[in-house]
Design a protein around this ligand. Structure first.
Ligand code: FDP
Length: 282
């Protein structure tokens, strides 16, 4: 069964969300999402847009959104389950930095081992879309009315960028030593605070490390397995990189007992992931 109708629905959502980001008010809704973050009206609107587009695709059995507590069945006879973060990094919109949407597509169950594809959209100066499916990471840029395919994305063995997430004050000492070690090897800091553009930048510039560790205030990290971590782990592995947790386990082997569960996570090319393992003793 082809995933093309799902990719097409994501493309339609991307245009509608891009339009909402450009034209709608940036005010807060009077509610919090399932993880306790205050929701912007735009978060809710983006969620509604995606749910509406997915409801038209009969191959989709169920959807789970970062903005909602529970998964929702769309078509009982459908095959695929999609977990998505409709507008990741939305707190950056007021300063006009890039944000994104993230989608993990699963065959039959929301388990990392059942992931068959992942897709993300970058709303930046340009509208871009990346798919990881059937062993390749494809990159599209929207111009002249259509998504134009670029070169396939592959990570080099070793990159140059370092994107360290979380509050430094709360980092464990070995994590700080690892981050400092990369800087002393000449790595450059590239961190906007938006997971989508930060990971996208590392992918397109050939490699590096994005880390979001467990910290004293957030021992299990901040990033959510189902909505952020698994989809990007799938992209990084497909591009020839690696994605692990603080114990050196592949993120795509981790269980997920609650849709909003988080995990410490490290995404990078092989060289930088080896450095993480060395620093963490795993
Ligand atoms: P945001 O809270 O703005 O939605 O998913 C949450 C996220 O952004 C990621 O996009 C980003 O990588 C991370 O939080 C940034 O967190 P820190 O500010 O703690 O580094």
């Amino acid at each position: 069964m082809t995933l093309q109708p799902i990719f097409d629905a994501i493309e339609r959502s991307a245009h509608r969300i891009r339009d909402a980001i450009t034209n709608e008010d940036l005010c807060y809704a009077d509610q919090c999402n399932a993880t306790g973050d205050t929701q912007l009206k735009l978060d809710i609107q983006s969620d509604l847009i995606i749910a509406e587009e997915f409801s038209k695709i009969t191959a989709i059995k169920a959807i789970a959104s970062e903005e909602k507590e529970e998964a929702e069945t769309l078509h009982a006879e459908g095959r695929y389950m999609i977990a998505y973060d409709p507008l990741d990094g939305s707190s950056l919109i007021d300063v006009n930095l890039s944000v994104g949407s993230i989608f993990g597509i699963y065959d039959g169950a929301f388990e990392a081992s059942k992931m068959v594809a992942s897709v993300y959209v970058v709303y930046g100066p340009r509208l871009e879309l990346v798919t990881a499916y059937k062993g390749s990471v494809r990159h599209f840029i929207f111009r002249h009315g259509r998504f134009d395919e670029q070169e396939t994305i592959t990570l080099k063995e070793k990159g140059k960028l370092n994107a360290p997430g979380g509050t430094q004050q709360h980092w464990p000492a070995h994590h700080k030593a690892m981050v400092d070690g990369l800087f002393s090897e000449g790595y450059r800091l590239r961190y906007s605070g938006g997971m989508v553009p930060d990971l996208h930048q590392i992918l397109l510039k050939g490699g590096g490390l994005f880390s979001y560790p467990g910290t004293t205030d957030k021992p299990e990290g901040k990033l959510r397995k189902l909505f952020e971590v698994f989809p990007f782990a799938f992209v990084y592995e497909t591009a020839g990189g690696e994605a692990i947790n603080h114990e050196g386990r592949r993120l795509l082997e981790l269980p997920c007992n609650d849709p909003h569960e988080t995990t410490p996570c490290f995404f990078g090319s092989k060289y930088e992931i080896a450095k993480v393992k060395e620093a963490y003793g795993v």
